[in-house]
Design a protein. Structure first.
Length: 266
């Protein structure tokens, strides 16, 4: 892993993107966005498969994904890994770290990634100075906990094909919000083994599930790109609720995701 020390005013884009994501849920003012954009940070570059930090490790920085795809994980004594959350560009790697001072889960790079490491005390100081930012970070943490509860609920309640379908629906929405998807198409930076770790399936089973989704006309895949052909069918199979992302089922994928993308650009 490579680290370099930077100042927020030298590279405002990634921090600004994170602030805009928070703004979708909490009414942050332009002054709040500007204040977040000039936070100091170190830039860490890690290759695919790198463990950036382990579960239960001390946290001295607030980490934000600036490039690539990372995931939180827990790992048992057997070495079997469970991915508990996917972190795309603009996401916080561990929302709870600000309050706890340690990382409940580990972080692994699913692709080559760049992580911005903002000193934890700088984030805490800014939160004390700006209540709306504190509220946004609290909401981000609460949303993360709700997502984990949904993951645990789905892990045994719905079959593997529905869990994989849910993962694809979630990524389609989140990538569109982040401006990284075109219509219903997005890059899937996960191996079948990664998808298995995220859905509680084996890589062999994931391969069969992806084939079934293609054969049923729900998705199409080209290389590492996924295109959703039938949003209604896929989201129904997944029992996917887009409400947390601001999309209603009645809108349909293309229109709803376009509306979200517009909100993120305001």
């Amino acid at each position: 892993m490579k680290r370099s020390r930077l100042s927020g005013d030298m590279m405002t884009g990634p921090l600004h993107r994170f602030a805009q994501r928070l703004r979708l849920r909490v009414p942050l003012g332009d002054d709040d966005i500007s204040a977040m954009g000039v936070l100091p940070f170190a830039s860490l570059v890690a290759g695919q498969g790198t463990t950036i930090y382990d579960p239960n490790s001390n946290a001295d920085s607030y980490q934000i994904v600036a490039q690539g795809l990372a995931a939180n994980f827990r790992q048992g004594r057997s070495g079997q890994r469970q991915l508990t959350a996917l972190r795309i560009v603009g996401d916080t790697a561990e929302p709870a770290a600000t309050a706890l001072g340690w990382n409940p889960t580990g972080l692994v790079a699913l692709s080559d990634v760049t992580i911005l490491q903002v000193p934890l005390e700088a984030v805490r100081t800014l939160s004390r100075q700006r209540p709306h930012i504190a509220q946004a970070l609290y909401y981000d943490c609460a949303f993360d906990a709700a997502s984990l509860a949904r993951l645990l609920g789905n892990s045994r309640r719905i079959p593997a094909i529905a869990r994989v379908a849910h993962l694809l629906c979630e990524l389609a929405v989140r990538y569109r919000v982040a401006g990284q998807a075109s219509e219903n198409q997005f890059g899937l930076l996960m191996t079948q083994s990664d998808i298995g770790d995220a859905t509680g399936s084996t890589s062999v089973h994931v391969n069969r599930v992806m084939q079934a989704l293609r054969m049923n006309g729900l998705i199409d895949t080209t290389g590492r790109s996924v295109r959703i052909l039938n949003w209604t069918g896929l989201s129904h199979l997944a029992e996917f609720d887009p409400t947390p992302f601001g999309v209603s089922d009645e809108l349909g994928a293309a229109e709803g995701l376009e509306r979200l993308h517009g909100a993120s650009a305001e």
